[in-house]
Structure formats: structure tokens, C-alpha cells
Design a protein around this ligand. Structure first.
Ligand code: F3S
Length: 65
């Protein structure tokens, strides 16, 4: 599974890294650190990836795989 944060949609709500800090991280301004790149989800972290994606009010996090 991979996730991609759409940098044009992320407005820094911060819910992703609040509900799934083991996977998502903030940058210095509170946006999701890794934007506009497909990021591999480590084995076992799929539930965290989904939880974070569901939490985003902007629907900025897409999952594939
Ligand atoms: Fe951005 Fe959504 Fe997280 S707006 S900081 S991806 S909750």
C-alpha cells in the first residue's frame, strides 16, 4: 500500500498526524511533511494509513494498493 498527500489540498489541519503519528508527520508549519509523493506504508501500518486518510477534512490523503 502507498499513500499520497495532495499538496494542493493539505491545509494543515493536522488530524492525520494526530490520529496516526506512527505514520504521518508534520512539517515546521503543520502541513503533512511528505506531500505529492507516493509513500510506501510499512507492513502492519495499513490501518493507521486508513485512519489518517479518513481523518483529513480536505480528503487530501489518497491510498492505493
Ligand atoms: Fe493536511 Fe489533512 Fe493532514 S489537511 S495536515 S493531510 S489532516
Amino acid at each position: 500500500m502507498k499513500y499520497t498527500v495532495d499538496g494542493s489540498l493539505c491545509t494543515g489541519h493536522g488530524r492525520c498526524y494526530t490520529v496516526a503519528p506512527e505514520l504521518y508527520r508534520p512539517d515546521d508549519e503543520g502541513y503533512n511533511l511528505l506531500r505529492d509523493d507516493a509513500v510506501e506504508v510499512p507492513p502492519g501500518a495499513e490501518a493507521s494509513a486508513r485512519r489518517g486518510a479518513r481523518s483529513c477534512p480536505e480528503r487530501a490523503i489518497g491510498l492505493d494498493g
